[in-house]
Design a protein around this ligand. Sequence first.
Ligand code: ZN
Length: 188
Amino acid sequence: MAIRPIVITGNPVLHTRAQEVTVFDEELRTLVADMYDTMDKAPGVGLAAPQIGVPLRIFVYDYADDNGNERRGVLINPELTISEVSDEPADEDTEVEGCLSVPGERFPLKRAEFATVTGVDLDQKPVRIEAEGWFARIFQHEFDHLNGTLYVDRLAEPWKTIAAEVVEDNGWGIDGKSWLPGRDNLEG
Ligand code: ZN
């Protein structure tokens, strides 16, 4: 197991649809183990394979609910269904999102309150999770990664413009930028 570098916005792998997993072997288990290690070290509540430069439809998550129950797992080849997204502006205190591939930044974004994710685990066993609130937000964020969409792509103004300026000011938005959890002091 190993912590892998997290690629930063601008790397084409983050802006391209990832491919279905077709081979369930030891290499896949190692990849997922590395994804958990990298997510935990970052630290983050979710990590998608494209974020470590692997263009496959996989994400891991680790979320503690209001009762302190930890929800942790992997989704392979997931499908997502969501409730309607409100037209109201995102709350600047309670609906603020971040991403390990836009490290250290956070912006308000409206998401659906409810999400259902289905897929399989490493043993190809079916997984189905119904989520609401922050847990649902995590699934929407990670599923977006598998389709080449970052949360900053979804922002409303003025956040969209501000985020674009931040990306430029950091020298991101080009291929080849990454950071290594545990070595580089960045948080997503
Ligand atoms: Zn992200």
